[in-house]
Design a protein around this ligand. Structure first.
Ligand code: FES
Length: 111
């Protein structure tokens, strides 16, 4: 595992998320109640960009078919609805989550 620098803690407001490209990965870093969490930023359903999704509590909502992921764990909180499931013959699956470290007001992620 390697620690990769991200940004200052003040650069992600509480209740918001921000996308980062780290190496060849896109990750989404979220501030929930002053704590920081990171998950893969590409939706496991059909690659929707969660960086463009809406943050709601500890969830981020995929802009494509509205699967909800818990940013603290990467787990699917609510899957796509039956219509999208029938259309795409696929559902969202849990995303990988990563540990975010805070040091002197700077955030880094363990990849
Ligand atoms: S691509 Fe994210 S819900 Fe379909």
């Amino acid at each position: 595992m390697e620690s990769k620098p991200l940004c200052k803690t003040t650069e992600i407001e509480e209740g918001k998320s921000r996308e980062f490209e780290v190496g060849n990965k896109k990750i989404l870093v979220s501030n929930v109640g002053g704590k920081f969490y990171a998950i893969d930023a590409l939706c496991s359903h059909m690659g929707g960009d969660l960086g463009k999704g809406k943050s709601e509590g500890h969830d981020v909502i995929c802009p494509k078919h509205h699967a909800r992921f818990n940013v603290q764990t990467g787990k699917v909180d609510k899957n796509i609805n039956g219509f999208f499931k029938a259309m795409t013959r696929k559902e969202a699956t849990d995303l990988k989550s990563y540990e975010v470290k805070e040091n002197d007001g700077e955030l880094s992620v363990e990849l």
